[in-house]
Design a protein around this ligand. Structure first.
Ligand SMILES: Nc1ncnc2c1ncn2[C@@H]1O[C@H](COP(=O)(O)OP(=O)(O)O)[C@@H](O)[C@H]1O
Ligand SMILES: [Mg+2]
Length: 278
C-alpha cells in the first residue's frame, strides 16, 4: 500500500494547550479514514495542518509524497478541501459558485454542471447560496471540493447539522467517491458515521490519537462479550456467539433474536474511562 498521507509527530500548541499532541498517522492510497473524537479533541487542527493551512509547532505531514507545510502549490490541484458553507463567494448562485471553483482549477464548466447533478442540486443551480438549506450548502461545498477530481479529499465534519436523510445521502456520495479510487479523510463526532464509512478509524481525544484500526478490529480488541436478546426478553452473554446462535437455531428459537456486539462507544469508554460525549 502506497502512502497517500504520512504524519509524523505532528504537534500544535496554543500556549499551554497541546491541541494536537505528537500524532503519527499513515493513510494508504484509496483508503477511507475517519478521524473520530469529541468536540475539542483536535480533529480540525490536525486536518488543517495536513492540508497545509496551519503551521505545525513540531513534527511533519506529507501528502502524496510532498511536504504539506509551507503551503505547497504543487499539491493544491491534487487535493480537495471541503470549505465551510460560510466560505462561499457572496451573492453568487450555486452554479456560479461551482463554475468559479472549476475555472480556478482549469476545469470545464460542463464538469461543474455534472457535479451539481451528482449532488442533487440541479434544481437549486440558480439559487443564491444564502437561500440554500444547510444540507444543500453542505453538498455544494463538497461538490466545489471535488470538481477538479482531486486524488485526496479532506472533509471536516461534512454531515454536522444535517437531518438523517441528508446524512445518508451524503454517506452514499462519499462512499462513491472513495469507490472511484480517491483517498478520503473525514472527521466526525458521530460514532455510527465513522463505523459505516471508514476502512480505518482513528479515535482522537485531547490532541492524541488513541487508536487507529478497522472498526471491526477495534471492537474485537475490546474482547467484550456478545449479548443475545431473545424475544421473551431473556439475555444471554457469550464469547462464542456463533455456537450460541447455532444452538438457538437448533431449538427454533432464532426468530426476533437481537445480537449486540461491542460498539466504538465501548472502545472509547475502554480507552478513556469515560462516556463518549460528542
Ligand atoms: N487558533 C486557536 N487558538 C487557540 N486555541 C485553539 C485554536 N484552534 C483550536 N484551538 C483549541 O485546540 C483544541 C482543539 O480544537 P479543534 O482542533 O478545533 O478540535 P475539534 O475539531 O476536534 O473539535 C480546542 O481546545 C480548541 O479550543
Ligand atoms: Mg473541528
Amino acid at each position: 500500500m502506497t502512502a497517500a498521507i504520512e504524519v509524523i509527530g505532528l504537534t500544535k500548541t496554543y500556549g499551554d494547550l497541546r491541541a494536537v499532541d505528537g500524532v503519527d498517522l499513515t493513510v494508504g492510497e484509496g483508503e477511507f479514514v475517519g478521524i473520530l473524537g469529541p468536540n475539542g479533541a483536535g480533529k480540525t487542527t490536525l486536518l488543517e495542518m495536513v492540508e497545509g493551512l496551519r503551521e505545525p509547532t513540531a513534527g511533519s505531514a506529507s501528502v502524496l509524497g510532498l511536504p504539506a507545510w509551507p503551503r505547497n502549490a504543487a499539491l493544491l490541484p491534487r487535493i480537495g478541501v471541503q470549505l465551510q458553507a460560510s466560505s462561499f463567494f457572496e451573492r453568487l448562485t450555486a452554479r456560479e459558485q461551482i463554475h468559479t471553483f472549476a475555472s480556478l482549477y482549469g476545469v470545464a464548466a460542463s464538469r461543474a454542471d455534472e457535479w451539481l447533478e451528482r449532488v442533487g442540486l440541479v434544481e437549486k443551480a440558480d439559487s443564491r447560496v444564502e437561500q440554500l438549506s444547510g444540507g444543500q450548502a453542505q453538498r455544494l461545498s463538497i461538490a466545489c471540493a471535488l470538481v477538479h477530481d482531486p486524488e485526496v479529499v479532506f472533509l471536516d465534519e461534512p454531515t454536522a447539522a444535517l437531518d438523517p436523510q441528508a446524512r445518508r445521502n451524503l454517506w452514499d456520495l462519499l462512499s462513491g467517491i472513495n469507490d472511484s479510487g480517491r483517498t478520503v479523510v473525514l472527521t466526525t463526532h458521530y460514532m455510527d458515521e465513522a463505523e459505516a464509512l471508514a476502512d480505518r478509524v482513528a479515535i482522537m481525544d485531547h490532541g492524541k490519537l488513541l487508536v487507529f484500526d478497522t472498526p471491526a478490529a477495534l471492537i474485537h480488541g475490546l474482547d467484550a462479550p456478545t449479548r443475545i436478546t431473545l424475544t421473551d426478553g431473556e439475555v444471554l452473554t457469550t464469547r462464542e456467539p456463533a455456537v450460541e446462535i447455532a444452538r438457538l437455531a437448533e431449538q427454533s428459537r432464532l426468530d426476533g433474536v437481537r445480537v449486540q456486539t461491542g460498539t466504538l462507544e465501548d472502545v472509547f469508554l475502554d480507552l478513556t474511562g469515560r462516556e463518549y460525549r460528542a
